[in-house]
Design a protein around this ligand. Structure first.
Ligand SMILES: Cc1cc2nc3c(=O)[nH]c(=O)nc-3n(C[C@H](O)[C@H](O)[C@H](O)COP(=O)(O)OP(=O)(O)OC[C@H]3O[C@@H](n4cnc5c(N)ncnc54)[C@H](O)[C@@H]3O)c2cc1C
Length: 293
């Protein structure tokens, strides 16, 4: 049985000062859907839990200065209910609907998801393709890290022991664009991804492509993006781009899938994700949230 202290600061300043004092002996608590499991399994042994849910400024979800800002305490259910997310960040809306189940999504946050940093973290690939930025504070100042540089290994990020992630900002896009998020699970319902892919395409046919669950960290696939850049994705180009995907990802075998199955599905899902993103940009169909696999 583990014992730990519990504090629920009402301001970020107070939370940061606790973080400075307790450092690596503290754990930050949002929805707790990952953290409590880690404590139960004794993977984490915090001496202090700092519950961030009472801090008002972390609950903001707003459009400001050309970006959508998602506060650290915003839950997946709030994201899914938001017209702002649905209309301006449809790939993030689509992927948020695939996290766990309603019960979990009512507590779970996007910031908790990326800070937990498992390779299959649902929000990683959709944030990467949108060029999202992660805002991090400590009592000595704040810094901003691109989502693509946030993950440093399985369950590891750039966040230091005296820091707190305060929000995520996602730049708004001008002009027409299409997005898609394809998640492969073993069954419908609560299951983390065996493979996940996110695609963004704009009207100049610039593609952003990212994968989750097929390497130690979620990743962009710059080689495939370069192959498709500025061109209609013909069968020949898609084959070349797929080869880039397969030479970049490094899936493992685990209880969810073999390495070979993951590699095979990376290619299958690539075509589906590209087709859906391009079609959504050109025709608006299939609707966001429609099943893509
Ligand atoms: C049944 C079940 C099904 C699930 N299904 C999915 C799924 O389909 N897809 C998926 O991706 N995940 C899934 N998860 C995992 C989990 O629900 C998500 O990762 C969730 O988004 C975590 O958010 P949280 O607010 O609960 O984080 P918490 O558990 O509170 O925190 C997670 C980690 O992030 C750290 N942290 C939290 N906030 C901050 C902050 N502001 N700054 C720095 N560090 C912070 C915590 O200290 C902890 O290490 C599932 C979990 C369960 C129990």
């Amino acid at each position: 049985m583990l014992n730990f202290d519990y504090r629920r600061p009402e301001s970020l300043v107070e939370a940061l000062s606790l973080r400075k004092e307790w450092g690596g002996k503290s754990s930050l608590l949002m929805g707790g859907t990952d953290l409590f499991l880690a404590i139960e399994e004794e993977v984490r042994r915090p001496e202090l839990l700092i519950d961030l849910k009472k801090i008002d400024e972390l609950s903001r979800l707003e459009e400001k200065d050309g970006s959508v800002h998602i506060g650290a305490a915003v839950t997946y259910s709030e994201l899914i209910r938001s017209d702002l997310i649905h209309d301006k960040l449809p790939g993030i809306w689509e992927s948020s609907r695939l996290v766990a189940s309603v019960g979990i999504r009512n507590s779970a946050t996007m910031v908790g998801n990326i800070c937990n940093a498992v390779p299959s973290a649902e929000s990683a690939a959709p944030l990467m393709v949108r060029g999202a930025m992660i805002h991090i504070a400590s009592s000595s100042g704040s810094r901003t890290v691109p989502a693509v540089d946030f993950f440093t290994g399985p369950r590891r990020t750039v966040v230091k022991d005296d820091e707190i992630v305060t929000s995520i900002s996602v730049p708004l896009l001008k002009g027409k664009f299409g997005e898609s998020y394809v998640k492969l699970g073993r069954y419908r319902g609560e299951d983390i991804a065996q493979v996940a892919t996110a695609v963004l395409v704009d009207e100049k046919l610039n593609f952003a492509i990212a994968y989750g669950a097929v390497g130690p960290v979620p990743m962009r696939i710059p080689g495939a993006e370069a192959v498709l850049k500025g061109k209609k994705p013909t069968a020949d180009l898609l084959d070349k781009a797929k080869a880039e995907v397969l030479s970049t990802v490094t899936p493992i075998a685990d209880i969810r899938a073999s390495r070979e199955y993951r590699l095979h599905m990376c290619a299958v899902m690539f075509e589906k994700a590209i087709a859906a993103a391009v079609s959504r940009m050109e025709t608006g169909a299939p609707a966001y949230g429609a099943r893509l696999i």
